[in-house]
Design a protein around this ligand. Structure first.
Ligand code: AMP
Ligand code: GLY
Length: 423
């Protein structure tokens, strides 16, 4: 099978690494890829925003299957264009990708199909949103409706903070994404991520993970795209997984199909495990980054036929086997992230991969023969162990073996799970 992988982050490096191990693979291309992905794939310069260019590349190179990593091309309808040309693609249609592209859309699906989530209202102007906040009181959550690169959410502990967040949204802090605002009840509990494949009519549960969104140790400081993650999430007991499937994922799949938008691809459900049970915080319609890195480390089965089954409506014919050993990943970021940071700083060495330990590339490039950091989140030191504590020690051994003066990482990824192991 000839495969084109779209994307350039740590998530795509992990997908490329895993797909490259498939006996079904004859050739892997990546657009645009990164220097880590280049170990497993031929990098090609195809402008992913130009759907005609992607189709042309697929036809000229006899591509059998396209795997889309990030959400933006899905929301922009790349999967629809490919399907219309008869090319199999992993990832939902633009209509189904609204589950990530519009928070208001997802809330309406939840309301219609009785899926547990925080009570909410949608607003297209500040005065009405503010009146609702004053009526509800704090804590309360303000969300820009559209894609805002993980930055459009304010968990306001006071009414004043909520009112300011509403002004920010409507004054354009998140561009078009903030033209509509969702005001949502604060959910109290422990967060977890749940990943489940769908082909529109059948589900294949994958695995659970927990991430660390804050930049600083002890979960302090501003939010980021994620500073580290581990899998499985201890709070997702078999009972919680079963409830999540029955109460959240199954009704979403059915509801989307009934609404004429069957969902194929991966449901990445952000959950709050409250006293009442699992409640949906949000959906993403692609793998998490860096959650994907720990999932791929734990997946024992061949990934390629599983993704292909999701794309072609044959998910009932495949299964996925997982290692019981936890995996943990630590993000190395450029100093200053998530604020401004220096670009093109040199990385002089990265430790080699060994069994159960690998550094994935997220924001790197080769310039004048040197490896440099080009992004905020740059490398993902990923390892497995018999316990989360062991996986953490192995991941930090990798972090410490990276030579990069401008890099930093949190030193406590996995702390809640390790505290549980010690208790
Ligand atoms: P999101 O971008 O929707 O994942 O939101 C970012 C973060 O905000 C989540 O990971 C939660 O920590 C927090 N959050 C979002 N919605 C709620 C809510 N209704 N109650 C409490 N925390 C929330
Ligand atoms: N790590 C969170 C995300 O991928 O959205």
């Amino acid at each position: 099978m000839k495969v084109l992988l779209i994307g350039s982050g740590g998530r795509e490096h992990a997908l490329a690494w895993k797909i490259a191990q498939s006996p079904l693979l004859s050739k892997l291309y990546a657009a645009p890829g990164n220097p880590g992905i280049a170990e497993h794939a031929e990098l090609v310069l195809v402008n992913v925003e130009n759907h005609d260019a992607v189709i042309r590349f697929c036809k000229e190179n006899l591509i059998d299957f396209v795997v889309v990593g990030p959400e933006a091309p899905l929301v922009a309808g790349l999967a629809d264009t490919l399907r219309a040309e008869g090319i199999a693609v992993f990832g939902p249609s633009a209509a189904a990708a609204q589950l990530e592209g519009s928070k208001g859309f997802t809330k309406d699906i939840c309301a219609k199909f009785n899926i547990p989530t925080g009570a909410y209202q949608r607003f297209n102007n500040a005065p009405k949103a503010k009146a609702y906040v004053r009526e509800q009181g704090a804590p309360i959550v303000i969300k820009a409706d559209g894609l805002a690169a993980g930055k459009g959410v304010t968990v306001a502990m006071t009414v004043e903070e909520a009112l300011a967040a509403i002004d920010d949204c409507f004054e354009g802090a998140f561009g078009a994404a903030g033209a509509e605002v969702v005001v949502e009840a604060f959910l109290d509990g422990e967060e977890a991520s749940f990943f489940c494949l769908s082909d529109g009519k059948t589900l294949l549960p994958l695995a659970t993970a927990q991430d660390h969104k804050r930049v600083g140790d002890g979960d302090t400081g501003p939010n980021t795209g994620g500073m580290g993650a581990y899998s499985p999430a201890p709070v997702m007991t078999p009972e919680m997984v079963e409830r999540t499937m029955k109460e959240i994922i199954e009704p979403t799949m059915r509801g989307m199909a009934e609404s004429g938008m069957p969902f194929s691809g991966v449901f990445f459900a952000g959950l709050m495990i409250t006293a009442k049970g699992p409640e949906l915080i949000e959906y993403n319609v692609r793998f998490g980054d860096p959650e994907c890195q720990v999932l791929m480390m734990r997946l024992k089965s061949d990934l390629l036929p599983i993704l292909y089954a999701s794309a072609t409506g044959t998910l009932d014919q495949v299964s996925a086997e997982w290692s019981d050993d936890p995996a943990l990943t630590v993000v190395l970021a450029s100093k200053g992230y998530p604020g401004s940071y220096a670009k093109n700083t040199q990385i002089t060495s990265i430790p080699d991969a060994s069994k159960g330990a690998k550094v994935f590339h997220a924001g790197t490039a080769v310039q004048d023969g040197k490896l440099v950091a080009t992004g905020g989140r740059v490398l993902n030191a990923t390892a497995t162990g018999k316990t989360v504590a062991e996986a953490q020690a192995a991941a930090y051994a990798l972090v410490d073996a990276v030579s990069w003066d401008n890099g930093f990482s949190r030193r406590d990824i996995g702390w809640q799970a390790i505290a549980r192991e010690k208790a």
